[in-house]
Structures are given as structure tokens and as C-alpha cells.
Design a protein around this ligand. Structure first.
Ligand code: NAD
Length: 481
């Protein structure tokens, strides 16, 4: 039976209001498939055009609002977003599948990004100037124009704020396309934020790949901020190429965790497991492969499995659930196929943990640990994006560094050791945007650290001044005397 109570209708956000449209798609709870959580507008290129043209008109005045005033408005937006968590985090759980503290963390991280970005505005626009007998030169930071932001479903709030905050702080306006798999809570939060700002500064258009393509190829869009899969990013780059748009791309990862032989296993597991299983492994910089010295392998793997066996999988609103279902059918099929494929290999895959009664008809997958697996096995080299983790034995440091770097990806990574200097020496040899020593989860992030990837994990950086720099151009002006 389909549950149809409390079904929200979410239109496009064009200016301050949600528009009514003819065509809506259902968003179902991935942990209770008979529950329709919301009906979300299916956009068209005409909707994209309307939003981009409004954002373009708003840009002409928003760019002239003094930076300090824009920073104040970002702080107001941060307060609004923090308040949203109370009613919208449970909605995010129902459309996303993750547990409540994860949804609350999404709002809290997003709030922090707005606040931190506001704190960086002072001084950011101070021009670099030279004045001598021949010239007066002024190098000034100017906004780019309309920003197209395209985000995935896994952490929709913070991933949006990582684009919205630097874009708005630097005087750009924005049109965002959420993922059809988690659009509702984000859009309601953005409407509340948009209402604090001049009309047209923040806009949202819903839809699928065709809408994403219309947005990322629109001639009035000057910058694309994209987070999502590497394969999708190739389409986005092609769309943006037509009018040579600037791009920031935050993409997939296959993050290695390198355990050294002096590790404190218990202390490491306390932290490492969060980095593997939070959001059921559906985090771009989740730990996706763990390298363990052969001398410690059996002890480490036994302790790892013992801990994982304590996890309980259930509906995200069940407070006893360690983690929830996967977000959508494609993700569920991909992870379960990976598990089946690994069962047919020489590796030993063990299913652990238990399902709670709240785990009904939904995309639930129990945690799986893959032991005695080769570095070259498919489970070690892909971005599994689910609660399945390979433990790989290595023989020496040279080998583990080579294996850690043997990937098309280079997003996050970690080193686990009781010797910080040794950890730093290994960290410096890893090809990644970030390397954490003795952590690898949300708690590892610090807004002062630029976030992004190397190789096919992306282009550019988010967070802090590096993130803001992605949204401005240098305008060089010279008076020849
Ligand atoms: P996805 O690439 O399928 O979709 C991302 C967004 O792009 C969605 O809004 C989607 O509708 C849109 N899209 C799809 N086709 C498009 C096209 N042709 N043109 C424009 N937009 C298009 O990714 P997903 O399944 O939503 O999210 C999971 C992926 O995101 C994983 O690979 C994960 O690693 C990655 N991710 C990366 C980061 C990071 O910061 N590096 C963070 C979170 C997620």
C-alpha cells in the first residue's frame, strides 16, 4: 500500500517563491518504499532559462552590494539554515535514507561553511596595487556572474553551501539543480535563505540530466560548481565547453587508509569505522580500501569484524539504527552486484551486523567486510559507495605507497600510526587532495583546509579562501603614465 499522507509539492524556486508546474516526480523514502515523501517538479530547459535570466538580472545589483553587507547576509543565512535543522533534518532522513544525526550534521556543516566564508570577506577584495613613475596598476577581484551549481544526493545541504557561500560572498548569483534523489529539504531550506536576500540571488531548478545539461551549457552562466560522479563530470565539462565556462569539479574517490605497523588498533578502529560506514559508506571521501601490514593482518581484521558485527541497520528515524538504507535503486543494485561478484572471487566476504525491525521494504544492505583480498581486485579499485570494505595485506612501505597511488582517483586518504613524523612522511607521498593522520571522517574536515581532489577526483578546491578564489576573476587595470 502506498502512503500518501503529508506529501509535499516542491516546485522550482524562481526568486522568492516556489512555482507551480504541470509535471512532478515522486520522491519515495528509500527505507520504506511505500512512503511518498514529496512530489518534486520535473524541469525543462525553459525553466532553466527563466531562472538563469532572473539570476542574471539580480547579478547587476548584487555585485555592487558592499562585501561587508553581503557577509552580514551570509551570517543571517547561516542562522536560518541552523534553524532549518529542527524540521527539515527529519524530512531529509525520509527522502535520503541516512540516520538523523547524519542529516543534522549536513545542516550543521552547511551552517559552518556559511559562517566561515562570511568571516573571510574582510580583506578578500583589497586590490593589489603598484604605483610608480610609469604606471598605476590595480588588480581587482570581481565576480564572474551567474553560477550554475549541480549537487548530488549524499550530503545535499553542505555540498550546496560549499558553492552558494563563496559564490554569494564574492558577488555572484546562483541557480542550483539538486539531485532528484534528495531535493525536498534542501529546496525548502534554500527558499528560507533566498527570502533573506534580494530576489533572484538564489534560485533552484529541479530535474534530471537534461535540466543539468541545459543549466551547465546556458550562455549566461559563467561558472559551474559541480559535485557528483566522475562519469557525469565528463558530460558537464562537455556542456560547459561550448561557452568556455570556468569549472570547479568535486568528484568520486577511492580513498585508501594506510595502517602502519605501530598502530594502536583499538584507538584507530574507534575513528576509522566512522569513516567507512557513516551514511552507509555513501560519502565521497569515505574510507574505501584499507591496507594493513601483513604482520598485523589477522589481528586487525578480527578486531575490525568484531566491531562491525555490532552495527544495526534500520530506518533512519529509528534511534537504534547505526546506519540506514542506500539512497536509491541504482545504488542498491550496484552495491549488491559488487557483493555478489566478490562472493564469486577468491576473497572472503563476510556479512555482519543485524537488521532492525524498522528495516522494512527498502534498500537496506548489511555491512560486509572483504578479507584476504588482492589490491587489484575490483572491490579494491572501484568507488563502491556502500557498506562494503576490503582489507588488503601489504608487505612494506614502498608497496603500500605504490598501491595507495594506484588509482584514477585522488580525493581523501589517511595514515594510521602512533608516530606522527612517520605518518607525515608517508602522507607526503600520497597523491590526494587531503591526507588525514589518525582520522578519516567528518571530524577530519577543517574549513581552513582546502577540500578537493587530484587526478579524476576533480578540479579546483572548496572551503576557505581557496574556495572563494574559484568564484572571482582578477581584473587587471593599468594607468600608463
Ligand atoms: P551523479 O553524478 O549521478 O549526479 C550528480 C548531479 O548531477 C545530480 O544532480 C544529477 O541529476 C546531475 N546530472 C546528471 N547528469 C547530468 C548531466 N549530463 N549534466 C548536468 N548534470 C547532470 O552523482 P550522484 O549519484 O548524485 O552522487 C554520487 C557521486 O557523487 C559519487 O561518485 C560521489 O563520490 C560523488 N560525490 C563527490 C563529492 C566530492 O566532494 N568530491 C561529494 C559527494 C559526492
Amino acid at each position: 500500500m502506498t502512503t500518501t499522507h503529508d506529501v509535499l509539492s516542491i516546485g522550482h524556486l524562481i526568486g522568492h517563491t516556489l512555482t507551480d508546474v504541470d509535471n512532478y516526480d515522486e520522491v519515495r523514502d528509500p527505507g520504506r518504499l511505500d512512503d511518498i515523501v514529496a512530489r518534486v517538479a520535473v524541469g525543462t530547459p525553459a525553466d532553466v532559462n527563466q531562472a538563469v535570466e532572473l539570476a542574471h538580472r539580480a547579478f547587476t545589483s548584487w555585485r555592487n552590494v558592499p562585501p561587508a553587507e553581503r557577509a552580514q547576509l551570509l551570517l543571517r543565512a547561516a542562522d536560518v539554515l541552523a534553524d532549518c535543522a529542527e524540521d527539515l533534518a527529519p524530512l531529509l532522513v525520509r527522502e535520503h535514507g541516512g540516520v538523523l544525526w547524519e542529516a543534522q550534521t549536513d545542516f550543521a556543516l552547511g551552517t559552518g561553511v556559511l559562517q566561515h566564508t562570511a568571516s573571510l570577506v574582510d580583506g578578500f577584495f583589497t586590490p593589489v596595487q603598484y604605483d610608480d613613475e610609469q604606471s598605476f596598476i590595480s588588480i581587482e577581484r570581481v565576480p564572474r556572474g551567474v553560477v550554475a551549481a549541480v549537487v548530488p544526493w549524499n550530503m545535499p545541504v553542505v555540498l550546496t553551501m560549499m558553492k552558494l557561500a563563496p559564490a554569494l560572498a564574492t558577488g555572484n548569483t546562483i541557480v542550483l539543480k539538486p539531485s532528484p534523489f534528495a531535493p525536498a529539504a534542501l529546496t525548502l531550506a534554500l527558499q528560507r535563505i533566498a527570502q533573506q536576500l534580494p530576489e533572484g540571488v538564489v534560485n533552484v531548478v529541479h530535474g534530471n540530466a537534461d535540466v543539468g545539461q541545459a543549466l551547465t551549457s546556458h550562455p549566461l552562466v559563467r561558472k559551474v560548481g559541480f559535485t557528483g560522479g566522475t562519469a557525469t563530470a565528463r558530460h558537464v565539462m562537455a556542456s560547459a565547453a561550448g561557452t568556455i565556462k570556468n569549472l570547479t569539479l568535486e568528484l568520486g574517490g577511492n580513498d585508501p587508509a594506510v595502517v602502519l605497523d605501530d598502530v594502536d588498533i583499538d584507538a584507530a578502529l574507534d575513528r576509522m569505522l566512522k569513516g567507512v560506514f557513516t551514511r552507509s559508506g555513501q560519502i565521497c571521501f569515505a574510507v574505501k580500501r584499507i591496507y594493513v601490514p601483513r604482520s598485523l593482518y589477522g589481528t586487525f581484521a578480527d578486531a575490525f569484524c568484531e566491531r562491525v558485527d555490532q552495527y544495526a541497520v534500520g530506518h533512519g528515524l529509528d534511534e537504534n539504527a547505526s546506519f540506514g538504507p542506500l539512497n536509491n535503486k541504482a545504488q542498491f543494485d550496484s552495491v549488491t552486484n559488487l557483493i555478489e561478484g566478490t562472493k564469486n572471487s577468491s576473497a572472503k566476504i563476510v556479512q555482519l551486523g543485524k537488521k532492525l525491525d524498522s528495516a522494512g521494504d527498502g534498500y537496506y544492505v548489511l555491512p560486509h567486510v572483504v578479507r584476504d583480498v588482492e589490491h587489484s581486485a575490483p572491490i579494491s579499485s572501484c568507488e563502491q559507495f556502500g557498506p562494503v570494505i576490503p582489507l588488503i595485506a601489504y608487505d612494506d612501505e614502498a608497496q603500500v605507497i605504490e598501491w595507495a597511488n594506484d588509482s584514477e582517483y585522488g580525493l581523501g586518504s589517511s595514515v594510521w600510526t602512533t608516530d606522527t613524523d612517520r605518518g607525515l612522511a608517508i602522507a607526503r607521498q600520497i597523491e590526494a587532495g587531503s591526507t588525514f593522520i589518525n582520522s578519516h571522517a567528518f571530524e577530519s574536515l577543517d574549513l581552513r583546509m582546502p577540500f578537493g581532489g587530484v587526478k579524476q577526483s576533480g578540479i579546483g578546491r572548496e572551503f576557505g579562501e581557496a574556495g572563494m578564489s574559484e568564484y572571482v576573476e582578477d581584473h587587471a587595470i593599468r594607468v600608463v603614465k
